[in-house]
Write a protein that binds this ligand. Structure first.
Ligand code: PLP
Length: 356
């Protein structure tokens, strides 16, 4: 595979098309095609994909955007960078994604958009979210940064709403050799505005119609991502295989609450996160046995020092808080061998046997 990357990168070097250009355009076409949307707009990162989408939709000061507190901070950061106010609703503790039943309670005349996160690769409850959005005339932006290839009723994440925002940070299901992101959409006007905003607000050279930013995707990154995209489905299949392996081996242990796949969805298993009430106990055993694990996310965004002002009340988001205390992410990914998954399972079995 290394020679494939080297020759793709050599082609970019020979062309001198490093910032935007034909390699980016090719990747944009391939990615839009993969997601089943008319357009994909390559940008500098997932954070910029979210931020520029909000700006392109005209969402800014005085507006409110409904989102979740259990996510990577960038989801909320982007709303604030656009000048709007994040309004949190709690999550469903089984899927870890937005609980649509909380939306009605926080709707105001200022609400402009809903920003669900397909956390860990599990598509959010889009049916109910889209229904509410259409009833109240709100835009819906998918944070699909962890959900490349995930599906909701046979449709790919990124094609389910007004826009889908992706990150290509290394380690994502579709990760590059550095920073990158994209927005997918069927809306031609939105796509045009995004292309303008990512290039200093210019539609044509030396004509700046809007205040934009430099968020052009690198040609080298796009060439790498075109190759990575060919391997995405295989990688996702291996992730699913590991997730099923964990489920089969760990179900029935009452100390553990395992993640599932919501009905009608295909999970991308970017992260396999289960809930354990005595998390510290399990983590001690993981450390003793050298098992790599992750915590996503131990402090929900509304508890972070920079975001506390946007929390609606002391315990208004109890399920996100409980999940933040209990979630532990097990190793998963195309590079992981079955025998390594077995080792993780063995340590967990040993720990649950001890706690009986
Ligand atoms: C849910 C979520 N949203 C947004 C982002 C931001 O993407 P990036 O790191 O490419 O800016 C990430 C990245 O980890 C993410 O996980």
């Amino acid at each position: 595979m290394q020679s494939e990357f080297l020759s793709a990168m050599a082609a970019v070097i020979d062309s001198g098309k490093f910032a935007g250009g034909p390699f980016v355009e090719r990747f944009e076409e391939e990615f839009a095609d993969y997601c089943g949307t008319k357009y994909a707009i390559g940008v500098g990162s997932g954070t910029e994909a979210l931020w520029l989408t909000l700006v392109a939709m005209g969402i800014g000061p005085g507006d409110e955007v409904i989102t979740v507190p259990l996510t990577f901070v960038a989801t909320v950061e982007a709303i604030l960078l656009a000048g709007a106010k994040p309004v949190f609703v709690d999550i469903n503790p089984a899927t870890y994604t937005m609980d649509p039943s909380g939306i009605a309670k926080v709707l105001t005349a200022k609400t402009k958009a809903i920003l669900p996160v397909h956390l860990f690769g599990q598509p959010a409850d889009m049916g109910r979210i889209l229904e509410i959005a259409s009833a109240y005339g709100l835009s819906v932006i998918e944070d699909a940064a962890q959900a490349h290839g995930a599906e909701w009723h046979g449709r790919k994440a990124g094609s389910l709403a007004d826009a889908g925002c992706f990150s290509f940070y290394p380690g994502k299901n579709l990760g590059g050799f550095g920073e990158g992101g994209a927005v997918t959409t069927d809306n031609a006007d939105l796509a045009d505005r995004l292309r303008m905003l990512r290039d200093h607000g210019q539609k044509r050279k030396n004509q700046h119609d809007a205040i934009g930013w430099n968020s052009r995707m690198d040609g080298l990154q796009a060439a790498v991502l075109s190759i990575m995209l060919c391997h995405l489905e295989t990688g996702n299949r291996i992730r699913k295989h590991h997730a099923l392996h964990y489920r089969k081996a760990l179900s029935g242990r009452e100390e553990l609450m395992l993640p599932g796949e919501s009905e009608g969805t295909s999970h991308a298993w970017h992260i396999y996160a289960l809930r354990v009430s005595d998390r510290d106990g399990l983590l001690r055993d993981f450390q003793t046995h050298g098992i790599g694990y992750g915590l996503h996310y131990p402090v929900p965004v509304h508890r972070q020092p920079a975001y506390r002002a946007y929390a609606s009340g002391e315990s208004a988001l109890p399920l996100a808080e409980q999940c933040a205390d209990e979630l532990v992410s097990l190793p998963v990914g195309p590079e992981l061998e079955d025998v390594q998954v077995e080792q993780v399972i063995e340590v967990i079995h040993h720990w649950t046997d001890k706690t009986l």
